[in-house]
Design a protein around this ligand. Structure first.
Ligand code: ADP
Ligand code: MG
Length: 682
C-alpha cells in the first residue's frame, strides 16, 4: 500500500480530535480505512411504480397531497401524522412518526416526494424522509453507512470525497491487467469512487463486482498459498498400495461402486500414493456409502504395509463400524479390532499389545484411540467420522500417533459447497453426491399438531407390520419458557397410548452412557418398538427395521438437522416415512417444512438452509472459521467465489505469479497477511 494512504485521517481538513474519535469508534484510523469504509446498502431514490414494489421495500415516490394532515399524539412525546397522497392513479396513506413540525408543510394538491417503507397490505408508506416538491436529489443512489456518534451521511460523504480528491491518485491497482480485462472489471480507483458516489444502480453493481472478485481472490490466494507451504513443509508417507489386491477387494464387494464413490476413491488413493500428507474432507449424505470408501482406503494402506485407524464419536457407532468393516475385510485376512471403554481387562491388554507389535491391521474406536496407552507400530492412515464432533486437539493427538499419517475426515452433514471451500479452504474436499441405485425416497409429510391422533394411527399401522418407530422431541424436560414438547412427557403419553401392545423406550443426553447403550441395544434388538428421543440419535445409528419417524415441533430444528434425523429411517429395503409435526407461524418456517417434504437431497437442503439462515447461523453459532468479507457475500456471490478459487489455484501453480512484476501487488498482499513470512520475494 502506498504509505501516504496509511496516514492518519487527521491530515484531512476538518477532521479534528472529536471527529477523529468518532471515526476511531467506526474503526477508521487512516485515509485507507476511510476510503474503504463501504456503505452497507444504497437507498434508491429513483421514483418507483407502486405496482412493481414488494411489501416492506424502501422506496421513494412522488405524489399530490390529497387530504389535510391529521396529527395524533399518544404516549409521551410520541406523535403520528397521517396524510393521503395521490401517486399516479393510486390513493395511498403516508405516515410520519414523531415529526409533528411537518404538519404545516403539506398543502393540498401540491407535489411532495417521500421516502420510506412500503406496506403493501395497508397501502401505506411509513416515511422517514420527505421533501416538498418533485424529487430533486440529483443522484439516484445514496450510500447508507453504518454510523456512530455525531457522524452523518453528509459528513461521511464530505470526508470521503475530500480524501479521494487529495489521495485518490495514490490508490494502486492490485489486480493484474490480464484478470481485469478477462472479467471486464473496473479499475480499483474507479471502483472505489463508484462505491461511494454512484449515479446509477449499474455503477454500484460494477463496483461491487470488482471488489467481490478482489476479496475472494485474495482470500483464496492466502488459503492456497498456506496449503502449498504446509504441504512442502510437512512431507507425508508415499504409500505403495497393491493395485491387484485392491482390485480383487473391490470386485468382491456385493455391489458395484457408484460413480461418485469411484471418483472419491481415486482422489483418496492419489493422496495415499503421493508424498504429501493427505488432509482431506469427505462429504457424503446419509446412506451415500462412505463406509465402503473408508474400507477401501484403509485396506489400501494395509496392503502398503501400514496400520489404519478409524475414530468415531460414540460407542454404538464404533461397534457398528467394526462389524461392517470386519465383514468386508475378514475374507481378505485383515485384522480389525474394536477399542472402546467397554473393552476391558485381558482383552484390552491383548488388543493393545497386538496393535503395538503390528498384528492388528485396523483399529476402530471412540476417543479411546487417543489415550496414551495406545501405540501403533506404524500408523499410516487415520480416518475420523463426523469430524465436527472432534476437537482440533483430539485430531492432532491421533495424527501424532504415527509419523505424518494421511488423514481423512468424513462427515454426513452436507456443508454447502460454498462454505466447504471457504471454511475448509486449507483442506481438499471430496464429495459423494450420488446415492446407490434403487434407494427409496423417505416419504415425508408435514402435519399440524392437532392431527396427532391420525399420526399415531399411522405409527400403529407401521408397528403392525412388525416395524419400529422413532419419536423425536426438541427438549428433555418440561420448560417454563418454551411451549414445546419434551421427551419425558411424550414418553409418558405414548407409553399410556400403546400400553400392552408396544414397548416405548426413552433416550436423551442426560442418561448415563451405560443407560444410553442399553436403551439403544433394546431398540436394535426390537425389544423396544418405539424410541422417544431427543436429537442424540442424530449421529449414525443404524436400525434398518425402523421405518417411521415422528418429529415434534419440527420448526425448531434447522433443515440440515431435520435431514440428519430423518436419515435414521430408510436404512432397510422397506418404504420409510417421516412426519413433521409443526405449526410454524412465519413464511420462512412454512417454506422450510415444505422443502423437507419435497426433497431427500441433503445438499439441496443445506444450500436452502444457508440461504434462509445465513452463514453465521448455519453452524449454530458464530464460528470463528468463517471469514468476514467487506463487500462479498458467500451465499449470493458464490459463483465469483468459485471463479476466484480456480484463478487462485492457477496463479499459485504458475511460475510467473512468484516472479513477474505483473503480480507484485498480489504477492505484496500475501506478505502483508503474513502468509509469506520468511519467504524471500524479489
Ligand atoms: P453412510 O455414507 O451413511 O455411512 P453407509 O456406508 O452406511 O452410508 O452405506 C449405507 C448402505 O448402502 C449400506 O448398507 C451399504 O452397504 C450400502 N451401499 C454402499 N455403497 C453402495 C453401492 N454402491 N451400491 C449399493 N449399496 C451400497
Ligand atoms: Mg456412516
Amino acid at each position: 500500500m502506498n504509505p501516504e494512504l496509511n496516514q492518519s485521517v487527521t491530515v484531512l481538513k476538518g477532521i479534528g480530535g472529536e471527529t477523529a474519535e468518532t471515526l476511531a469508534e467506526m474503526k477508521i484510523y487512516t485515509i485507507h480505512d476511510l476510503l474503504e469504509y463501504f456503505p452497507y446498502r444504497y437507498q434508491d431514490y429513483r421514483l418507483r411504480d407502486l405496482t412493481e414494489v414488494q411489501h416492506d421495500e424502501k422506496i421513494t415516490v412522488e405524489g399530490k397531497v390529497h387530504s389535510e394532515p391529521s396529527l395524533a399524539y399518544y404516549g409521551r412525546k410520541k406523535s403520528k401524522i397521517t396524510i393521503r397522497l395521490f401517486v399516479d392513479r393510486y390513493l395511498i396513506k403516508v405516515v410520519f412518526f414523531n415529526q409533528p413540525y411537518l404538519k404545516n408543510k403539506f398543502v393540498i394538491n401540491e407535489t411532495i416526494t417521500v421516502t420510506g417503507k412500503w406496506d403493501a397490505h395497508r397501502q401505506t408508506i411509513t416515511a422517514n424522509e420527505m421533501q416538498v416538491g418533485p424529487n430533486s436529489k440529483g443522484h439516484d443512489f445514496e450510500p447508507v453507512y453504518a454510523l456512530r456518534g455525531k457522524m452523518t451521511t453528509k459528513g461521511m460523504r464530505k470526508f470521503i470525497s475530500l480524501a479521494y480528491q487529495q489521495y485518490g491518485n495514490k490508490i494502486e491497482e492490485n489486480l493484474p491487467l490480464s484478470l481485469l480485462n478477462k472479467y471486464r472489471l473496473l479499475g480499483r480507483r474507479d471502483a472505489l469512487w463508484a462505491m461511494h458516489f454512484p449515479n446509477t444502480s449499474d455503477d454500484v453493481k460494477q463496483a461491487r463486482r470488482r471488489f467481490v472478485y478482489e476479496e475472494f481472490l485474495l482470500f483464496q490466494l492466502k488459503m492456497q498459498a498456506l496449503r502449498k507451504f504446509e504441504r512442502e513443509q510437512s512431507p507425508g508417507i508415499s504409500q505403495n498400495y497393491s493395485q491387484p489386491k485392491l482390485k480383487s477387494f473391490i470386485d468382491a464387494l456385493p455391489f458395484p461402486l457408484t460413480n461418485a464413490q469411484k471418483r472419491v476413491v481415486n482422489e483418496i488413493l492419489a493422496d495415499l500414493k503421493s508424498g504429501f500428507r493427505m488432509n482431506r474432507l469427505l462429504q457424503g449424505d446419509v446412506g451415500s456409502g462412505k463406509t465402503v470408501v473408508a474400507a477401501i482406503g484403509l485396506y489400501s494402506s494395509v496392503t502398503a504395509g501400514f496400520q489404519g485407524a478409524l475414530m468415531v464419536p460414540t460407542e454404538i457407532l464404533a461397534e457398528q463400524h467394526a462389524e461392517s468393516l470386519n465383514s468386508l475385510l475378514d475374507p481378505f485376512a485383515i485384522r480389525c479390532e474394536l477399542l472402546t471403554s467397554s473393552v476391558k481387562g485381558k482383552r484390552r491388554r491383548e488388543v493393545l499389545q497386538d496393535l503395538a507389535e503390528g498384528r492388528v491391521d485396523i483399529l476402530i474406536g471412540t476417543h479411546a484411540l487417543i489415550q496414551e496407552e495406545v501405540t501403533f507400530k506404524n500408523l499410516g492412515f487415520v480416518i475420523t467420522d463426523e469430524q465436527h464432533r472432534f476437537g482440533v486437539e483430539q485430531r492432532r493427538i491421533l495424527r501424532e500417533k504415527g509419523e505424518n499419517p494421511d488423514v481423512l475426515f468424513m462427515t454426513a452433514t452436507p456443508i454447502p459447497r460454498t462454505l466447504a471451500i471457504t471454511v475448509f479452504g486449507e483442506m481438499d474436499v471430496s464429495i459423494i453426491d450420488e446415492m446407490p441405485a434403487g434407494r427409496k425416497k423417505i416419504e415425508t409429510y408435514w402435519a399440524k399438531p392437532e392431527m396427532l391422533d391420525r399420526v399415531l394411527g399411522f405409527v400403529e399401522k407401521e408397528l403392525g407390520k412388525g416395524h419400529q418407530a422413532y419419536v423425536i422431541c426438541p427438549l428433555i424436560e418440561e420448560s417454563d419458557k418454551l411451549d414445546v414438547q419434551n421427551a419425558i412427557d411424550v414418553h409418558t403419553t405414548l407409553t399410556h397410548y400403546f400400553q400392552n401392545r408396544y414397548k416405548v423406550g426413552l433416550m436423551h443426553g442426560r442418561l448415563s452412557s451405560d443407560d444410553k447403550d442399553s436403551v439403544m441395544k433394546a431398540f436394535s434388538a426390537n425389544d423396544v418398538q418405539i424410541l422417544v428421543s431427543t436429537t442424540v440419535v442424530e449421529v449414525g445409528v443404524n436400525v434398518p427395521n425402523a421405518t417411521m419417524m415422528v418429529i415434534y415441533d419440527a420448526e425448531r430444528f434447522g433443515l440440515s438437522q431435520l435431514h440428519q434425523l430423518r436419515g435414521r429411517v430408510g436404512r432397510g429395503s422397506d418404504q420409510s416415512y417421516c412426519v413433521l409435526l409443526a405449526a410454524p407461524k412465519s413464511e420462512v418456517g412454512q417454506e422450510r417444512m415444505k422443502i423437507m417434504t419435497e426433497t431427500n437431497d441433503g445438499f439441496v437442503l443445506s444450500e436452502k438452509d444457508l440461504e434462509l439462515r445465513g452463514p453465521g447461523d448455519f453452524f449454530g453459532k458464530k464460528q470463528s472459521g468463517i471469514p468476514e468479507f467487506k463487500v462479498a457475500d458467500m451465499v449470493h456471490d458464490y459463483r465469483a467465489l468459485e471463479t476466484a478459487r480456480n484463478d487462485a489455484a492457477l496463479l499459485i501453480q504458475s511460475k510467473a505469479f512468484w516472479s513477474s512484476p505483473e503480480y507484485k501487488f498480489l504477492r505484496n498482499e500475501l506478505e502483508w497477511s503474513g502468509v509469506l513470512e520468511g519467504e524471500k520475494l524479489d
